[in-house]
Design a protein around this ligand. Structure first.
Ligand code: ADP
Ligand code: NI
Length: 217
């Protein structure tokens, strides 16, 4: 089996898994991650593109928010065996997919290979900027979270150091608990550069959001 055939099978597996998603983890998200990861890999001169592309395609088929993790991993292992990869390649892809996710910051200290770092950077780039904003509101809508829940303490300071622990769940809370932190968690120089602009755009957006929400004329 050649690499194009492997990627094509992975694409089909991914497509079947994500085709009905309305949480922001849809086929288009995976396609963007694939494209971003490929771009970053080229910029960073990392050559194991097969690992990067397979891990990108399959990265959201194991996620505690979307699936039963144990079952999903088992299914993914069975799928990978069909690709006639080496054991080392299989283990590498599984390792990336299991540890790349943000998972409330719990995986941040786990060392990933450079290929894993690139896929993680790509996934995080798609979580910020204009698309990141759209995905966050899509996710919140799907899980019936409000856009924003106001109370007096929340009006004091809207910068990234705000203490949000006692805020009720909302799309806007997600910017503080995760999205505004992602820029500083990028691994590669290429992703750091892309993240900077997307981060500034989110800040602009949230400022405008609060200006409108707390409109005083
Ligand atoms: P990871 O796979 O790195 O843990 P997630 O799947 O949790 O990342 O998040 C991917 C995207 O889904 C987020 O960046 C955001 O757009 C959306 N999302 C996840 N959790 C929430 C939430 N609690 N509220 C709003 N959006 C969320
Ligand atoms: Ni993802």
């Amino acid at each position: 089996m050649n690499n194009d055939e492997r990627l094509s099978l992975a694409y089909d597996y991914m497509h079947y898994f994500h085709k009905n998603d309305a949480t922001g983890h849809d086929v288009a998200h995976v396609n963007r991650v694939l494209q971003l990861a490929t771009y970053v890999a080229e910029q960073e001169d990392v050559h194991d593109l097969l690992i990067i592309q397979l891990a990108s395609l399959l990265h959201d088929t194991v996620d505690h928010k979307l699936t039963n993790v144990d079952e999903a991993i088992q299914r993914l292992k069975e799928f990978l065996q069909k690709l006639s990869l080496s054991e080392k390649q299989e283990a590498h892809i599984l390792n990336i997919i299991q540890y790349m996710s943000y998972n409330n910051g719990k995986n941040n200290n786990i060392d990933l290979s450079i290929e894993g770092q690139i896929v993680r950077d790509a996934d995080r780039l798609d979580a910020i900027g204009a698309i990141g904003i759209a995905r966050t509101f899509q996710f919140a809508g799907h899980f019936r979270e409000p856009m924003w829940v106001e109370n007096d303490s929340q009006r004091i300071d809207h910068n990234a150091t705000t203490n949000y622990d006692d805020w009720s769940p909302s799309a806007v809370k997600h910017f503080y608990e995760k999205l505004f932190k992602l820029k500083d968690l990028m691994h590669t120089t290429t992703a750091k550069q892309l993240a900077e602009q997307r981060h500034q755009f989110m800040k602009l957006y949230i400022n405008q959001f609060f200006d409108e929400w707390y409109f005083e004329g």
